[in-house]
Ligand binder design. Structure first.
Ligand code: FES
Length: 98
């Protein structure tokens, strides 16, 4: 079972392969913005994935288009509502809070 480490709180939560990263973070009861409810529309769930990026689901067109419109996006950027947890552990840094 993959473990998700959430920065900056350094909270960890066990997750399941195929679960949206957003849901894994919310399951850890960490306040986290997700204004559009997971439609890749608002960009508020933008995170940096520091470890385990390759285990996440691949970026699809909708996510890619939204990331292109967000200031401060880098190679570690994902939208938590679009990325699905893989089989390995990840470390993710939250950039906005609810
Ligand atoms: S919750 Fe709006 S883009 Fe992810």
């Amino acid at each position: 079972m993959p473990m998700i480490t959430i920065l900056p709180s350094n909270k960890t939560v066990q997750s399941t392969e195929g679960v949206r990263l957003l849901d894994a973070i919310l399951a850890a009861e960490v306040p986290f913005a997700h204004k559009c409810g997971g439609k890749a529309d608002c960009g508020s769930c933008h995170v940096f994935v520091h470890d385990g990026r390759k285990t996440l689901s691949k970026i699809q067109r909708l996510e890619n288009e939204k990331l292109d419109s967000i200031v401060g996006v880098g190679s570690k950027s994902r939208l938590a509502c679009q990325a699905k947890v893989g089989s390995e552990n990840i470390t993710v840094e939250l950039l906005s809070f609810a």
